[in-house]
Design a binder for this molecule. Structure first.
Ligand code: SF4
Length: 626
């Protein structure tokens, strides 16, 4: 058995296809010969890497322009009306963009002719396509041509676009697709390929016993699903991915030379938070949600050897959420290893200062903590298990440790109110010196909703009930007929301005002065204000490094020898008025970025709290400043 696994446009140029890179060594260990081809680079060479990346990153992804460019090659003609309905009307693309997309479409046949000639397809018993995001129509178009030219080659599909019900329905609609692996393929694909080596009834019996595949009943021709696939329980048992084909394709291609690849790395699957409390808008479910992680030693060894083998500068973990146990061993050992690579991880937002320190030490320089709002009510509707103030606390600490924090403001949740967004708008000036949200956009509904995303009608010319089974993305209306833009617009406008002039030069810093008092320098909004705090006000302000209720701040003042302070409430509210602190009505949080010795003192303060050691009385600094 000899198999070829293929990654088609519009797979990312700067990233490897992780799934097939794990499957290759896995299949080889079972005696199955396996090659990988990245046909992403040849297409980028034809249309130019800038245009390829523009289609992938600059156009709204639910326009699916990349997919649409291949529709005529799959169906014989493109569904009419896409340019007007989707590009011009729905996504307001200008004429230059529309013409650029039409030009890309005109290059598709040339590319498919090249692909058909460049690969010795007849040498393979089976060809498997991995399909996520906008890889589906290009993969189907090439598969159809392979079937016509090399009818003996079995055609397999897998990846996120072919999961569960979507895989079954796509298999029904595209008769040249022989088999589908739904969900994690590490168990199913080797068994499927081994079964294909058998003949007649024996093969059919074996196929029926493989969980997680779709095949055709040899008598009726009906598509048959064998149900959910078996997820990998022991991730340590998986081989390290083989990315050599990616790097070979990248260096052989003209468009690859401009690409700075990051290395994909996987230390867990599923989500430990979602297994407890599923965020309302999350597409993970069932088996894919169950959290499994590699042992910390295995992850570290793999990261070390992969970074050395491929000589990269950045590593991107594909985990949905970092395993909190990794803070104890994996991250400290990664820090000691000094690999010289920057690492990206998705994390839960409720991290402490101590967590951030460990991330920074390990060179985790970019994180995505799933901050999708700073409104408590909206976060509750999302079931995110965090609060607006806690999210802002993380933004502040990321700014301090110079960790790039990717976050978004999402809107359009059923149950949200105009007041939620008025509240967000009121908070934004106080955090303007932090990194702005990468995007401010509407929620997207994935699967099992009202109607298939409008764009899907132009990609798959099938009836609505079929579209609902094959699409991952849906359109919806609000029961009360609302248009969220009526109340979200001011927040979007503010964030747009913020992104255009982020707070790099303007900031709010706090540092210890030579006499031990606290100096706050505010250079936001074109001003330059210096404020001095000392005595109980300094102690209260420093205590609000992490969000605190007034009662806890008062207790802290008692413990540090400042006694009861009747002016505390007024002081805290004054700090909020001046945008040095922010409050949700229950807790107060300082928004000043701590520098130098102050940061060390705040780190010690946190350690004392973690170890429940009583606070040491501060030396009284005399009169109230500011
Ligand atoms: S934390 Fe992220 S991955 Fe987990 S359930 Fe929520 S959105 Fe999904």
């Amino acid at each position: 058995m000899k198999v070829l696994l293929v990654s088609m446009p519009f797979g990312a140029l700067e990233r490897q296809a992780l799934g097939i890179s794990i499957l290759k060594p896995l299949l080889q260990s079972r005696g199955i010969s396996c090659d990988i081809r990245y046909l992403t680079f040849p297409f980028a060479d034809i249309i130019g890497p800038e245009t390829y990346q523009w289609l992938g990153y600059h156009l709204p992804y639910t326009a699916f322009a990349g997919d649409w460019c291949f529709t005529h090659a799959l169906y014989g003609s493109s569904t009419p009306g896409y340019e007007d309905a989707i590009l011009r009307r729905r996504w307001q693309q200008d004429e230059t963009s529309v013409q650029r997309i039409l030009w890309v479409r005109s290059q598709v046949d040339r590319f498919l002719d090249y692909a058909l000639a460049a690969v010795p397809w007849s040498e393979y018993d089976a060809v498997g396509f991995t399909s996520t995001f906008e890889q589906n129509i290009a993969s189907l178009a090439l598969a159809k041509r392979i079937r016509a030219a090399f009818p003996k080659v079995k055609l397999l599909f897998g990846g996120a676009n072919w999961e569960d019900e979507m895989g079954l329905e796509l298999h029904r609609q595209f008769p040249f697709v022989d088999y589908v692996c739904c969900g994690e393929s590490e168990h199913a694909l080797p068994l499927l390929l081994e079964a294909l080596g058998a003949k007649g009834a024996s093969r059919d019996k074996r196929l029926a016993r493989i969980p997680g595949i779709v095949y055709r009943n040899p008598k009726s021709g009906e598509s048959v699903s064998t149900g959910s696939g078996a997820p990998v329980e022991n991730l340590d048992a998986l081989p390290a991915p083989d990315f050599s084909d990616y790097f070979a394709a990248q260096s052989a291609s003209a468009s690859g030379s401009g690409v700075l690849p990051g290395l994909l790395f996987e230390s867990s699957r599923g989500c430990w938070w979602g297994a407890k409390s599923h965020c309302t808008f999350c597409g993970l479910n069932g088996n894919s949600m169950r959290f499994r992680s590699k042992s910390q030693t295995r992850s570290l060894d793999e990261l070390k050897s992969q970074a050395a083998r491929y000589s990269v500068q950045t590593v991107e973990a594909v985990d949905n959420i970092l395993d909190m146990e990794y803070f104890e061993e994996f991250l400290p050992r990664l820090a000691d290893a000094q690999l010289g690579v920057d690492v990206f991880y998705e994390v839960k937002a409720n991290l402490s200062r101590r967590h951030l320190r460990k991330l920074k030490a390990a060179r985790v320089t970019r994180i995505q903590p799933g901050i999708e709002s700073i409104s408590d009510h909206v976060l509750k509707l999302m079931r995110k298990g965090t609060t607006g103030l806690r999210n802002i606390q993380l933004l502040k600490w990321c700014a301090e440790y110079e960790i790039q924090c990717e976050w978004n403001l999402l809107y359009g949740f059923p149950g949200e109110t105009a007041e939620d967004y008025a509240g967000i708008l009121a908070m934004l000036p106080g955090i303007r010196h932090f990194r702005p949200p990468s995007a401010c956009g509407p929620i997207r509904l994935d699967r099992f909703s009202l109607r298939a995303l409008e764009t899907m009608r132009y990609l798959y010319p099938f009836p609505e009930d079929v579209l609902k089974r094959i699409t991952y993305y849906f359109d919806f209306d609000y029961a009360d007929g609302r248009n969220p833009m009526d109340y979200v617009r001011p927040v979007i406008d503010y964030c747009d301005q913020w992104k255009e002039s982020p707070g790099a030069s303007a900031s709010l810093h706090a540092a210890l002065m030579p006499d031990g008092a606290l100096g706050i320098l505010d250079t936001r909004l074109g001003q330059r204000k210096a404020i001095r705090l000392e005595g109980w006000q300094q102690a209260a302000f420093e205590r609000c490094d992490s969000m605190q209720p007034p009662a806890a701040i008062a207790r802290h003042l008692m413990q540090t020898g400042f006694g009861e302070q009747p002016g505390l409430a007024e002081f805290l509210d004054d700090c909020c008025r001046r945008n040095f602190m922010i409050t949700d009505g229950r807790n107060y949080l300082s928004t000043a970025i701590a520098k130098g010795h102050l940061r060390e003192r705040l780190e010690q303060q946190e350690e004392r709290v973690i170890r429940s050691v009583p606070a040491t009385p501060l030396v009284h600094l005399g009169a109230v400043g500011a």
